[in-house]
Design a protein around this ligand. Structure first.
Ligand SMILES: *[C@@H]1O[C@H](CO)[C@@H](O)[C@H](O)[C@H]1NC(C)=O
Length: 349
C-alpha cells in the first residue's frame, strides 16, 4: 500500500494444496476458453461450471435455506435466484417486513463474461451468505460479454433493484425488509454493484432503502500497469491475460481501459462527490492482481467524501471469499455481518 521500497517483498498466498490445484485447473480452463478471436468456448466452460436447480423445499436442519428463481424480463433472460434462510417464518408474517430480514442484492464474479446465478459455485456462495448472515439474497443472473457489452450488465443490475422495489408482498418472502437493502458484488460483480449504487443514488425508490455497499475485490483497471498486476500477472486464479481479455470483451469498440467503467477514478472518471452514495465495505486481497486497483478505489471514494471501511487480507488471493477452506473467508463473513449490523443500527435511530 504505502510502500516506497521497489524491492517490496511479494506476499505469499496461503492456499491449502488441494485448493491450489483446483484454482490452477479452473484458471487453466478459463484461459483456454477465452479465445483470441473474442469468442468464449462455452462448451468447455460449461463442462467445468455445472448448473444446479433451486431448492424450494429444503430439509429442516442446519442448512434450511430455500431458493427459487424469479424472472424479471423474459426478452433478455434476466432473472435472479432468491435465497431465504428461514422459509418457515414467511407463513406466519402478517404483512411486509415483520421480522425485518435484510436483503442483499448480490452480483457474482466472472469478468462479466462467465458465471450464472445457477452455477454451482455461485449458488454455493450465495447460499452461504444467506445462511451465515441471516439475510435474503437476490443473486442476479445478468447478461454476459462479449455477446452483451457495457452497459447491458449495469442495466440488468439496476433493473433488478427497480424490480424488487415494485414487487408485491406475495413475490417477496413476508420477512423481507426492503428498507434494509445492501448491494454486494465480487470481482466483476463488485464493479457492477458500484455502478448500481451510482445509478441508485439518483433514483427515487418506493420502498428500497440502500444501507450499504459490500465490494469484494471489485474488478477495476486502467491502461497503466500497477504493481500488483505485475506481481500477480500469472495468478493464482486470475491472470493478467484473462483480465485484459475480459475488458476487451466488455468495453465498446474503440475505447480503452481508461474508460470510466474500468478506471472509475481515472482520467475519465465520473464525479460522484455530490451523490448520495451508500457507506462501503471494501475487501482487498494482498495476493490479488487487483490489489492496487482496489487501493485506488478506496482512495477515490475517500476523496469523493464517501464513507468507506477497508479490510485487507495480506495473503488472500482473488476470489478467496467464496472458498470456506480459506481461513480469511470466515473472517470475511464476520466483517460483513458487523458492517450490516452497524448500518442497520444507525438506521433505527
Ligand atoms: C473463433 O475461433 C473458434 C475456434 O478457433 C472458431 O470455432 C470460431 O468459429 C471463431 N469465431 C469467429 C467469430 O471467428
Amino acid at each position: 500500500m504505502g510502500e516506497t521500497d521497489e524491492e517490496t517483498a511479494k506476499p505469499k498466498p496461503n492456499l491449502p494444496w488441494k485448493l491450489k490445484l483446483f484454482l490452477g485447473a479452473i484458471s487453466w480452463v478459463i484461459e483456454r476458453s477465452l479465445r483470441p478471436n473474442m469468442t468464449v468456448n462455452r462448451r468447455l466452460i460449461n463442462f467445468f461450471d455445472p448448473k444446479i436447480p433451486p431448492s424450494p423445499n429444503p430439509r429442516r436442519g442446519s442448512d434450511s435455506v430455500a431458493s427459487s428463481d424469479i424472472t424479471v424480463d423474459h426478452s433478455r433472460n434476466l432473472w435472479f435466484r432468491l435465497f431465504n434462510p428461514s422459509p418457515t417464518t414467511g407463513s406466519t408474517g402478517s404483512g411486509n417486513g415483520v421480522s425485518g430480514m435484510p436483503i442483499i442484492v448480490f452480483y457474482h464474479g466472472g469478468g462479466f463474461a462467465i458465471g450464472h446465478a445457477n452455477s454451482m459455485i455461485v449458488d454455493t456462495a450465495a447460499r452461504r451468505l444467506s445462511r451465515e448472515l441471516r439475510a435474503i439474497i437476490v443473486s442476479v443472473n445478468y447478461r454476459l460479454a462479449p455477446k452483451h457489452r457495457l452497459p447491458c450488465q449495469y442495466d440488468d443490475g439496476f433493473d433488478v433493484l427497480r424490480f424488487i422495489d415494485e414487487m408485491d408482498t406475495e413475490g417477496l418472502p413476508a420477512n423481507a425488509d426492503l428498507s434494509r437493502c445492501f448491494l454486494a458484488g465480487e470481482s466483476a460483480g463488485g464493479n457492477l454493484a458500484h455502478q448500481v449504487a451510482v445509478r441508485a443514488a439518483e433514483h427515487d425508490f418506493k420502498r428500497v432503502n440502500l444501507l450499504g455497499l459490500i465490494a469484494i475485490q471489485p474488478f477495476f483497471g486502467g491502461e497503466e500497469r500497477v504493481e500488483s498486476e505485475k506481481q500477480f500477472s500469472r495468478g493464482p486464479f486470475l491472470t493478467l491475460d484473462a483480465i485484459d481479455w475480459y475488458w476487451r470483451a466488455f468495453l465498446p469498440e474503440g475505447t480503452d481501459r481508461d474508460h470510466a467503467a474500468v478506471n472509475v477514478f481515472g482520467p475519465n472518471a465520473v464525479d460522484i462527490t455530490g451523490l448520495r452514495f451508500p457507506p462501503t465495505l471494501l475487501f482487498i486481497g494482498g495476493c490479488d492482481p487487483l490489489r492496487d486497483r482496489n487501493v485506488r478505489y478506496y482512495e477515490g471514494l475517500k476523496k469523493s467524501g464517501k464513507q468507506v471501511h477497508v479490510v485487507e487480507y495480506p495473503n488472500a488471493v482473488h476470489g478467496f471469499s467464496g472458498f470456506k477452506e480459506i481461513p480469511e473467508s470466515c473472517l470475511f463473513l464476520r466483517e460483513v455481518k458487523d458492517f450490516m449490523e452497524m448500518q442497520m443500527a444507525k438506521e433505527k435511530v
